[in-house]
Design a protein around this ligand. Sequence first.
Ligand code: MN3
Length: 232
Amino acid sequence: MTYKLPPLPYDRGALEPYIDARTMAVHHDKHHQAYITNLNKALENYPELQSLSIWQLISDLGAVPEDIRTAVRNHGGGHANHSMFWKSLHYSAGGEPDGKLARGIDDSFGSFADFKEGFTKAAMTLFGSGWAWLCLDSEGKLHIITTPNQDNPIYQGYMPLLGLDVWEHAYYLKYENRRAEYVDGWWNIVNWGYVSSNYAAANIELSARDIAAWAEDAWSKITSAFSGTSGE
Ligand code: MN3
């Protein structure tokens, strides 16, 4: 089994005017596909790794053979990050989260406005290519972090809930160098329902069949890393 490009959950033009159809086509069909193609190539000689879910694969990079570890880190991360990204956007979205996620954001950042300001600042000040994230630590506290390149928050022991791609390929065709306008537009299409479901499950996008086992394993690794024990 090899990794496959997930279809977009909406038409390419559905996120207009915030993200244009041409950017979506290039970003999804070319960039995301390239991460998958390169990931599959890296795993050619490791059939045992090909059967893992992408989250299982990237959540334990130390277990990945050294000769392909960088490729898995970059291209596996690219596949995971973009798979989340498409689902985190929707044309009938935006606004503010409610329920448990809204309370979590208030507890961690003071208010939604404070969170929005902090997240925007993180996205704007990230130098070079990378991502801004809302993520969860092992104690259930929310954080805003950035990751370089295609690193996933899992590499730092955080569970990603929402990621914003600030690589130029995500916005350059429409916004050219105006990252601030892209970030500003992005807030209008954030699918808070998706983010809330990630938060409620204290988890990331996983298929129903592997969610329980993998989540338990990932959390035990994160918990032991935080408590300073080596784990099993
Ligand atoms: Mn991208």
